[in-house]
Design a protein around this ligand. Structure first.
Ligand SMILES: Cc1cc2nc3c(=O)[nH]c(=O)nc-3n(C[C@H](O)[C@H](O)[C@H](O)COP(=O)(O)OP(=O)(O)OC[C@H]3O[C@@H](n4cnc5c(N)ncnc54)[C@H](O)[C@@H]3O)c2cc1C
Length: 384
């Protein structure tokens, strides 16, 4: 096997594959070679990736379900919002893996190596990846392999968005497939912001997911107990079959992510593509991939592809509010959607709002807790 490639992507998950697809036209045009390395190319973990967009994205044909209306439920009040021109979309990771593998297999420019990456280094000219003891070289290395961060809890907040969900089916038509429930806060809030995420994919099937923003995952049996309580108690469904399940924990932190080192460019969650206050990542991965492909087309090294700027600061404040007041999250998220048009809120959550949008949103949020967290954030920024 060759050891030098024009580009190497370490980690063939959502970010590695998204970037690979965005690079295909360039590879073909310039007859360049890309090596993708992962410890396994099998689709082992089932994930449903949801996001909102106005446009028709390059993975639109993979969208399994889409909704124009979304709900947020709190203290007996249900907000049903028409989010058009946005649409809330779901892509199943298995479809995404199949499609991207199909494209890569069809391209003579794309090569694979299955191996465990143990080292990524660069001397500024050449970047080296060691996988299963073998070295591979490139001048442009993209890394999505999760690293470890040395936590600084006095300076930053660290929460997990942890969840477990079941795709269930019922014999009777019990769901409205035209409405997705983003957050139903009618579950206990004492350990942190907690909600049920309910995505009906037909009148008889839905993904029902228990989600919590806190520091520790629950045991499997505890997630299941909470899911059953919601399905039987709140939804009143006594008979259902579990078709699929998914679980995970997404880091929510204002700890800065490293953009990389010299010609090693971090991408995906490792490169800071996860929005700290919401855990949404898929859309940010797509913007990052677009920016990288555009920079390479212009013969530039794509550095700092995700610059959250003032949005990173807002995320840090909200994260501080959620970390210091376990029970307040439900109220804040509900108010966020209740007091502003959904289009403005979604634009804001996408880091694409204007200062005027943001001013209008902030005016309607509880001032005391946010001011406390703002002061806290400023105070913590002086800690070394
Ligand atoms: C169950 C689940 C549901 C989610 N749902 C949503 C959602 O609805 N919307 C949203 O926006 N975000 C969602 N996310 C968050 C985010 O979109 C995903 O985590 C996404 O997969 C992140 O992409 P990534 O490429 O950064 O990481 P990954 O997809 O995890 O890819 C990392 C890759 O690196 C490989 N790897 C790791 N270590 C090594 C090593 N040492 N050597 C070689 N290879 C290695 C892994 O095998 C993997 O293929 C979800 C996350 C989970 C876990």
């Amino acid at each position: 096997m060759d050891v030098y490639y024009d580009y190497i992507i370490a980690g063939a998950g959502c970010a590695g594959r998204s970037l690979g697809v965005h690079l295909l036209p360039l590879l073909e045009q310039r007859n360049q070679r890309l090596l993708i390395i992962d410890s396994s190319f099998e689709h082992l973990v089932n994930k449903t990736w949801c996001f909102w967009e106005k446009e028709t994205g390059i993975f639109d044909h993979l969208v399994h379900c889409r909704w124009d209306h979304v709900n947020v439920i709190h203290q007996g009040q249900k907000l049903t919002m028409d989010i058009r021109p946005y649409r809330y979309k779901m892509i199943r990771s298995m479809d995404f893996y199949d499609y991207t593998s199909f494209l890569f297999d069809a391209s003579p420019q794309v090569h694979y190596f299955t191996g465990h990456v143990t080292s990524l280094t660069s001397d500024g000219q050449l970047a080296t990846v060691i996988a299963d003891g073998k070295p591979f070289y490139t001048t442009c290395l993209f890394n999505s392999i999760p690293g470890t961060i040395m936590q600084q809890p006095k300076k930053f907040n660290y929460l997990l968005q942890h969840f477990k969900g079941w795709t269930i089916s019922t014999t009777e038509a019990l769901f409205d497939p035209l409405q997705a429930t983003l957050m139903d806060f009618s579950v206990a809030q004492e350990d942190g912001t907690a909600f049920i995420y309910l995505l009906p994919t037909s009148e008889t099937t839905a993904l029902v997911e228990y989600t919590e923003f806190s520091t520790q995952r629950l045991s499997d049996s505890e997630y299941e107990r909470r899911l059953i309580a919601y399905i039987t108690g709140r939804l009143g469904i006594s008979e259902f079959a579990i078709l699929e399940e998914e679980s995970g924990a997404i880091p929510m932190t204002d700890h800065p992510f490293s953009a990389g080192n010299k010609n090693i460019i971090n991408i995906g969650t490792t490169g800071g593509a996860t929005k700290a206050s919401s855990g949404y990542t898929f859309s940010f991965i797509q913007s990052q991939s677009l920016k990288i492909a555009a920079a390479l087309r212009d013969d530039k090294l794509p550095t700092d592809t995700l610059q959250p700027g003032r949005f990173g600061f807002y995320d840090a404040i909200l994260l501080d509010v959620l970390s210091s007041n376990k029970t307040i999250g439900a109220d804040i998220f509900f108010r966020l959607f209740k007091c502003s048009p959904p289009e403005r809120v979604l634009r804001f959550l996408d880091n694409k709002s204007s200062l005027l949008d943001e001013g209008r949103i902030f005016l309607r949020l509880p001032k005391t807790v946010f001011t406390k967290s703002l002061i806290n954030k400023i105070r913590r920024s002086f800690i070394h």
